[in-house]
Design a protein. Structure first.
Length: 266
């Protein structure tokens, strides 16, 4: 019973990482605009690093231990890419109208939100759901395992949430709305915990396929949405381009750091 309480405390702490972008509220608009491309670059590196350094090796290992054909998991990764492509198309259709329709559409008169903003929230929701499953599963093994898993999830989430907050701002969200929607997306971790506690003996296999779909979303968003967004930003000189590239490497390095920390704690 105590471990269940600790599980919900841990997942609530992870959900609070969505507010890490609050430090930007005190920044001037010009300063924030200069940092947004760096945050987008950080999120790009974190997503690519998260998939190739964490998710892909985990899928390979799980396929070996569970007997699931990795080819099937690869198909689910591909499904994730296609699914998010179609999802983004729906967002585009929803936000594009004819000139006559646009005059009648109140939301079109307001600041438009780029589809990547909604995509990042949806993707984060899936990812946070998996975090909730992982935390619940870990605490079901032992308190120590649960604490270690929570620390690793926090270390993984912090850099990604900073980058994602920058993506939301770049997509057109206002600061307060970006924080609020990011927090709501983070609450899906609680749903992951609830479902894991209800079906802890069956959730492992389900989690493998869900991880594959989430991995496909990371690849799609990083390569189709975020990297082209970086190309759209004008670079004043080679120095700004180098800084942007370094932030991509920083996102990857942070994922490597989490991996090595996890290995040392085991």
């Amino acid at each position: 019973m105590e471990n269940i309480l600790y599980t919900f405390i841990a997942v609530f702490l992870v959900s609070l990482t969505a507010f890490v972008g609050i430090f930007t509220l005190s920044l001037k608009e010009e300063t924030l605009k200069k940092w947004i491309p760096h945050l987008v670059a950080l999120s790009t590196g974190s997503m690519l690093g998260g998939f190739f350094i964490h998710l892909l090796p985990k899928l390979v290992k799980e396929s070996q231990t569970s007997g699931i054909d990795f080819g099937n998991l690869s198909a689910w990764i591909l499904f994730g890419i296609i699914f998010f492509y179609l999802t983004e198309k729906v967002f585009h259709w929803h936000h594009h109208h004819s000139p006559a329709e646009s005059e009648k559409c109140e939301t079109c008169q307001q600041k438009k939100i780029k589809p990547v903003g909604y995509m990042i929230l949806f993707s984060d929701g899936m990812h946070n759901f998996l975090d909730g499953v992982a935390i619940a599963s870990a605490f079901s093994v032992s308190f120590e395992t649960g604490v270690i898993t929570t620390i690793l999830v926090l270390l993984h989430e912090l850099p990604q949430e900073i980058g994602d907050f920058g993506v939301l701002l770049n997509a057109g969200f206002e600061k307060i709305k970006a924080l609020w929607f990011n927090f709501l997306s983070g609450l899906t971790a609680v749903l992951g915990v609830g479902l894991a506690l209800l079906a802890i003996s069956y959730i492992k296999e389900l989690g493998i396929y869900f991880t594959a779909v989430a991995g496909g979303s990371f690849i799609y968003i990083a390569l189709v949405d975020l990297m082209p967004e970086l190309h759209n930003h004008k670079h004043e000189n080679k120095k700004t381009l180098s800084i942007e590239f370094l932030f991509i490497l920083l996102g990857i390095a942070l994922m490597l750091g989490v991996k090595f920390l996890g290995m040392s704690l085991k």
